[in-house]
Design a protein around this ligand. Structure first.
Ligand code: G3P
Ligand code: CA
Length: 289
């Protein structure tokens, strides 16, 4: 059946499917979802730092998520907010540089900042990593990377630059492309650009498009990655019913699930991945793989 027809059938089922109470049994035979450490294991170490990657590795977590932005002088760095206030001491170090936007600082200036004390004194040495440093650390631990291009509208050309760093660091070879790398964004245009530049890279769109629109996203995204609170079993089924750019059903990674009950709920929906600050809690909540 054509993907659109399958999706239409799934859509028709949405009303009743959404009312079902999902249990892990509903997924009998289905693979357990992947567990992705959100900004690293960010409940236990400062988000988006190398320490958070290390913590995920220590917990035995394969997948790490991060957020990529760009400095004034063109370095790609890993930080979530578009400014440095919440997760560094930028206000103290550069008191006259409000509003402390990432894009207004050079890489050398950002490298001076303490990106860990806000989380705990033990992390005073943590820095905002460059993308290169981050992927090298993920590689060191033989982990996998869910890379988010954050605020792409602020950084024209960031897609090509991100792919260049990944290529330089060996992340676009066959083994990484096969199952160790996904590039996602809330910006549909950004995801589309990544797909057009490198059709062999697996991609994800962050958001919850209407079921009627899924076919459009399936032209360039392998995943639809929504907030867990915005999905139902019916929605997940509708996404799975659409075929993506690599000829496989679209996948769903939900965010950000930090407790056992919600982890079991979304696993029951049939999601393919759970993005979490507490990967150990999610893992313990699910049946062993
Ligand atoms: O990976 C999904 C999640 O990270 C999206 O939201 O704001 O944490 O980047 P945010
Ligand atoms: Ca993110």
């Amino acid at each position: 059946m054509h993907a659109r027809a399958v999706a239409a059938t799934a859509t028709a089922l949405l009303g009743s499917a959404a009312l079902l109470v999902p249990t892990p049994d509903a997924r009998a035979g289905a693979a357990q979802p992947e567990i992705i450490a959100h900004r690293g294991a960010s409940a236990y170490a400062p988000e988006n730092t190398l320490a958070a990657v290390d913590k995920a590795a220590e917990l035995g977590v394969s997948w790490v998520e991060n957020d990529v932005q760009r400095t004034r002088d063109g370095e790609l760095v890993v930080v979530h907010d578009d400014n440095l206030k919440r997760t560094t001491d930028a206000e103290e170090v550069f008191p006259d540089r409000a509003p402390w936007k990432v894009k207004d600082f050079t890489a050398a200036e950002i490298a001076r900042l303490d990106a860990g004390s806000w989380f705990g004194p033990a992390y005073a040495d943590a820095r905002v990593p460059t993308l290169k440093q981050f992927v090298d650390r993920v590689e060191l631990h033989h982990q996998k990377l869910l890379l988010e291009i954050k605020n792409p509208e602020l950084y024209p050309g960031i897609e090509q630059e991100t792919l260049k760093v990944l290529d330089n660091e060996g992340w676009l070879d066959r083994p990484h492309l096969a199952d160790r790398l996904i590039v996602q964004s809330f910006g549909a245009g950004s995801v589309r650009t990544v797909h057009e530049l490198r059709p062999d890279v697996k991609t994800g769109f962050l958001g919850t498009p209407s079921v009627a629109d899924l076919d459009r996203y399936a032209a360039f995204a392998d995943q639809i990655n929504p907030s867990y609170a915005s999905v139902s079993m019916g929605y997940v089924a509708a996404v799975h019913a659409v075929v993506g750019p690599h000829g496989r059903p679209l996948e769903v990674f939900v965010w950000t699930v930090n407790d056992a009950n919600t982890a079991r709920l979304v696993a029951g929906y049939g999601v393919d991945g759970i993005i979490t600050n507490t990967p150990d809690v999610v893992r313990d909540a699910l049946p062993a793989k």
